[in-house]
Ligand binder design. Structure first.
Ligand code: PMP
Length: 412
């Protein structure tokens, strides 16, 4: 095994586990990545050294905790190249971030007859908030379709985004196809029509450098648990001038400047959107995750994922009876390959792989309209990360062929 990968794997004790008496091969990274020891240790250190609530008391521990918490906001701001840390809202995850935008910006700005444009490959988290908003407001939801390469059809986007469009909501990377979408071009189309663009970055952050200013994104959402961080923490980036005009999402402690019997004045952004005690440990863990990514290097991560996908993609495709979905060129993808094997249900295939210690995802990937478009109910999805090795790819391919032969020919 490559020395660097071996060294990186040392940070992930779970990778030494056996599953069903075989060494674990974890290929479900698009669902959740594993956590390096440095992240768990950072959370433990916080709890043993700084634990107190944030933005509250005047006591020293509380001030330290607040300073620490706010320093992570600065780190996240730098990580995604935002202009100001006021544009970084901590949420419970990507889903929460997207719901926040729909429930505040969406409620405030969408009226009957307006149009919201999403792509057909959206995860339900970036579809349902817009679909339900459109239903509530008697607005129209339009879908950008796939082109012949099973990527986002930019020509179709040009037709669908019009002067009636108020919101364009698209994933930077599809969790089901693995393709990278042309966010800059979509942002340009949205802005030419005075619409905003909401980007679901769940599958992009941590895979390559994300620059919200270069993308010209108005809102950008992502989760900690898909980038080596803990569960239950996420980020919403929003342009300051938009966040300032939006009503609060949840009401309660810490999001106010003043409360009287009759009314309330909201705190400035981003506190206006962080009601109640936040997930402080999650924020500390997110810092650890960014440190880990920066220590390994985003270029190295992208290169290694590309190396594995370039290795895997042609080898999967040459197995007879396998259909791979999404672009055929690895450079149009991140770390995801979705496929089906003729005559084998994805759940059966995933279960058979699991019996050999190989963990993959099977299902509709929370993208049912996309599955309908592809003409399937579900697929098998393999998703790699920086700690996966070429040897693991070989083992996966071997077992895949064996399972396929077993299902097709039975035991001989
Ligand atoms: N969008 C995409 C593209 C995703 O892959 C996911 C997670 N599968 C989400 C949104 C939702 O993320 P979370 O469950 O962390 O809120």
């Amino acid at each position: 095994m490559d020395k660097n990968i071996k060294r990186i794997r040392e940070n992930f004790p779970i990778l030494k586990r056996q599953i069903n008496e075989s060494p674990l091969i974890y290929l479900d990274n698009a669902a959740t990545t594993q956590i390096p020891v440095s992240v768990s240790k950072k959370i433990m250190d916080f709890d043993e050294t700084y634990r107190a609530n944030v933005h509250r008391g005047v006591h020293t521990l509380g001030m330290w905790a607040t300073e620490y918490y706010e320093s992570v906001r600065e780190k996240v701001k730098n990580f995604i190249h935002a202009k100001s840390k006021k544009e970084i809202v901590f949420t419970s995850g990507c889903t929460d971030s997207l719901n926040l935008v729909a429930a505040t910006y969406g409620e405030q700005n969408i009226q009957a007859g307006d149009e919201i444009v999403v792509s057909i490959m959206e995860h339900h988290s970036n579809l349902l908030p817009w679909q339900q908003l459109a239903i509530r407001k008697h607005a129209k939801l339009k879908f950008i379709e796939l082109d012949s390469k099973q990527q986002l059809d930019l020509a179709d986007a040009k037709n669908k985004i019009t002067s009636k469009t108020k919101i364009v909501a698209v994933a930077q990377v599809s969790n089901a196809l693995g393709c990278i979408n042309p966010i800059k071009e979509l942002a340009k189309l949205a802005h030419q029509n005075n619409a905003v663009i909401v980007v679901d970055g769940a599958q992009a952050v941590g895979h390559f450098d994300v620059d919200v200013q270069k993308l010209d994104a108005d809102f950008y959402a992502f989760s900690g648990h898909k980038m080596f961080g803990p569960d239950g923490i996420g980020v919403l980036y929003g342009r300051k001038k938009l966040l300032e005009k939006m009503p609060p999402y949840r009401l309660g402690g810490e999001m106010i400047a003043d409360v009287t019997r009759e009314g309330a004045v909201w705190a400035p952004v981003p506190q206006k959107f962080e009601a109640g005690t936040p997930n402080i440990e999650g924020v500390i863990g997110l810092e650890g995750a960014i440190d880990f990514i920066e220590c390994v290097g985003l270029n190295e991560i992208r290169q290694h994922e590309q190396y594995l996908i370039r290795y895997l993609l042609p080898r999967i495709q040459e197995i007879t009876g396998i259909i791979v979905y999404g672009p055929k060129d690895a450079s149009d993808r991140t770390s995801v390959i979705s496929f089906n094997v003729h005559g084998i249900h994805p759940h059966d295939l995933a279960t058979a792989l699991d019996l050999e210690g190989i963990e993959v995802r099977a299902g509709h990937h929370c993208a049912q309209p996309l599955m309908k478009t592809l003409g399937v109910e579900s697929t098998v999805r393999v998703s790699v990360a920086i700690y996966n090795s070429q040897e693991e790819m070989d083992k996966f391919l071997d077992i895949l062929v064996q399972i396929k032969e077993f299902f097709q020919n039975g035991l001989r």
